[in-house]
Design a protein around this ligand. Sequence first.
Ligand SMILES: Cc1ncc(COP(=O)(O)O)c(C=O)c1O
Length: 408
Amino acid sequence: MVGYENGSILLGEKSRVSEARTETQIMQPTATHIPFHKPYCAPAAEGYLRTTLQSGRWAGNGPFGQKCRQRLSQLFHGAAVFLTPSCTAALEMAAVILGIGPGDEVIVPAFTFVSSASAFALLGATPIFVDVEPSTLNLNPKLLESAISPRTKAIVPVHYAGVACDMEKIMKIAARHNLEVVEDNAHGLFGSLNGRSLGTFGSLSTLSFHETKNVSCGEGGALVVNRADWIERAEIAQEKGTNRSRFLMGLIDKYTWVSPGSSYLLSDLNSALLWANLEQMEHVQRHRTDLWNRYQTGLADWCSRLGIGQPFVPAGCQHPAHLYYLMLPDLEKRQQLMLYLREYNVQAAYHYQPLHSSPMGLRYGGQQSVCPVAEAAAARMLRLPLYAGLTHEDQARVVEVLLAWSGA
Ligand SMILES: Cc1ncc(COP(=O)(O)O)c(C=O)c1O
């Protein structure tokens, strides 16, 4: 059986690795199951949820929503922040704000979650898939210019694992061709490049608060609007295409349908949970970063001995320890290691399947084998457990189990 979790394919099928265990027979499978992920819930969440339930103020942009928006705005150098039901919804809002329509092209990395492309395709655009850099798995700027055509409207870089794309090059190319940049920053909250927060480079950027993210409210997201002159467009797009926000601010005496839009507000019940978790973000980030660093140093020698790749963080990039992955030499070894970990009650997960060769990607003109780095990442990557509730003891157990694997 194979299970899917937000684009990740989790460990499935019964183990076939008993023969790979000879050198590790002395080890006992862990008594406790170490999951790939567990969502964090701050202690204050229950109280905030009760407050919201009792207040009867459940709709979007309520008291907790406003607190979250203000806090997030501080993290994005004062940009306007709109809470949405998901990062996917925030990307759709971005597409509405840009006026995306049939005939437009939008450039996306081949190695990303489907929403980076589907949000624009929903309005009729054709996604153009560009391969990623082998070192960071981010959109490769060297391949960007040749993907631009007279129909290109926007570029959607994804800061994979919260490690910054080469924004200097991407922004230069975008400016040269008069293109908009929408940063899909689903992984990159708290990440920065040379001191500048990820999500503040493009005109628009998006966040995810899905339960797998560093800060979560179950399902949720945000659109960050870095252009003051687009704030009203965003308000309208979020309020079903109406000028209801201006009405609520007392600027007009009734509201009506004025442009394209949909229902893109996050309920205050979700915002209450989001606020409780945002309040704890320093503590959570400290622990996640510590766990990430322990994987990186604790596995370094073993990785180099077995030819396993570790994440690379370029100079100037501050990343938020969103995920930790290994790059196995090939698909077979990746499957072998995943099943071996399962034998020891450790759940690991691979990640995106390339978009260009997906059934929808092929319909948009994608072709097999044209983005070899994305294809290799899809086949070779294995992500390890990393979450706020992962104890040092459990992580040490994961490392111990890994170090006992000879790769034979
Ligand atoms: C890069 C990227 N963009 C967008 C999304 C979609 O996020 P959401 O589930 O909040 O819609 C994800 C989901 O994990 C993602 O990884």
